[in-house]
Design a binder for this molecule. Structure first.
Ligand SMILES: [Zn+2]
Length: 429
């Protein structure tokens, strides 16, 4: 599996003109392809949910765009764009590619009804630099802007992320107005298994999977079970003196029931987690080194003791490979710049680079990072490279929220309020 990390580095190059010209070039490419699109009428089926697993169907006619893709068209487009392009020719090829991907993404959104039939505008100033336009020597990169005339040079050996990626392969980079996004890739041998990071929290297990993203496993049911029995047990204890023998027997029964119900929950959690991520190595924080339990309140310790957490790990370890990493700093280290994060309004925020995120996400991501053998501090990642500029780590919601299904065989997915869909088939993952 190939892991790609993106890091940001400031520059003080004079690139304003280059970026502006490129923005125009890209817009021209978008315009040309747009103007040559063929629009075909198509009947589109829609359905809406009317309850009881039934749907109403209706059809509408829509105009569907087809963009010209022939080599002939592309060659002509290339020649046209090259006419007054003063920089290296390769940028035209990459602009054409970018134009197509902008239009394809517009098309997908248009088909879903999220965009109007309006030509996309290139708002951001950036240039993608393919490796063909770069010369890499050690930690130095020389970028060709105009052959034999203008080059840009950078050296990333002084950057904080250097130790992490020094033996990695330098990939495409993106030049922006005041910084440059560098990508580094490495083939990582997993023996068929991907590593995933798990952050254990009070109300959830948060999983970071390099392909599936952030998955939140809701544990509120586990707390509900514990609380229910605690309530009964408290009630019994308060009258224990009155009828000692009978109450003691009842107490014993409810203690056992509480234990069994929790055990049952944990069994199902382990089964469902191992099914959800069958090819994964589960990376956990080493809880023996963790001060999570010391920090947690007495109330929590009573509701779910630390042994509950080790049990989750123990039960999983019968089914899937489990690894441990040092938990120090995993939920307080900025994954973008390596600084110490501060808590703010229920989120964590970086005072240095103003990165904001959910603490659970950061925890899972950093555990995953450490699982790869990377150091957390003095370093950092922008992301597992989503292929577009600005595709850095940012404030996000879990890709999915799942709950342990106490009856069935798979996680039940809980849809976030704002994206609640009507299709019941979406309810199961
Ligand atoms: Zn930061």
């Amino acid at each position: 599996m190939k892991i790609v990390l993106t890091y940001r580095m400031k520059h003080n190059w004079e690139v304003e003109n280059f970026l502006t010209e490129h923005q125009k070039l890209l817009q021209r490419a978008v315009n040309e392809v747009w103007e040559n699109a063929t629009w075909k009428e198509k009947e589109v089926k829609h359905r809406y949910f009317i309850g009881n697993g039934e749907y109403n169907y209706y059809e509408t006619t829509r105009l569907i765009p087809y963009f010209p893709k022939s080599n002939g068209f592309k060659r002509e487009l290339r020649n046209k764009l090259l006419k007054d392009w003063p920089f290296a020719k390769h940028y035209v090829d990459s602009a054409i590619k970018t134009a197509y991907s902008i239009l394809e993404s517009w098309r997908r959104n248009y088909l879903k009804g999220r965009r109007k039939r309006k030509r996309p505008l290139v708002k951001r100033k950036f240039v993608r630099v393919k490796t063909t336009l770069m010369k890499v020597e050690g930690s130095g990169i020389r970028i060709t802007i105009k052959p034999r005339e203008k080059y840009l040079e950078l050296d990333f050996s002084g950057e904080w992320f250097y130790e992490r990626i020094k033996d990695w392969k330098v990939g495409e980079l993106i030049i922006r107005e005041s910084d440059v996004l560098l990508t580094f890739s490495k083939e990582i041998e997993f023996n068929g298994r991907i590593k995933i990071g798990i952050d254990s929290n009070l109300m959830s297990l948060d999983v970071y999977h390099p392909e599936k993203g952030w998955v939140k496993v809701d544990l509120s049911e586990l707390h509900r079970i514990a609380e229910t029995y605690d309530g009964i047990i408290d009630g019994l204890k308060s009258i224990q003196r009155k009828a000692t023998k009978r109450i003691t027997r009842l107490l014993k029964k409810y203690y056992a029931r509480r234990r069994n119900r929790i055990e049952d929950f944990l069994d199902k959690l382990a089964v469902q987690l191992s099914r959800e991520f069958p090819d994964a190595v589960f990376v956990f924080e080493d809880l023996n080194k963790s001060n999570m339990m010391k920090n947690s309140s007495k109330r929590f310790n009573r509701r779910l003791s630390s042994s509950t957490w080790s049990k989750i790990v123990q039960k999983l370890s019968y089914r899937v490979p489990v690894e441990f990493v040092n938990p120090a700093g995993t939920s307080s280290t900025c994954p973008r710049c390596g600084s110490k994060l501060k808590s703010r309004n229920g989120l964590v925020e970086c005072p240095n680079c103003s990165f904001r995120a959910d603490r659970q996400f950061v925890g899972a991501f950093n555990v995953w990072m450490r699982g790869l053998g990377a150091a957390l501090s003095g370093d950092e990642v922008d992301d597992l490279l989503p292929g577009e500029p600005g595709g850095e780590l940012r404030l996000m919601n879990p890709k999915s929220v799942v709950r342990v299904d106490l009856m069935g065989r798979a996680f039940t997915q809980i849809l976030p309020e704002n994206s609640r869909r009507t299709d019941p088939a979406d309810g199961i993952i």
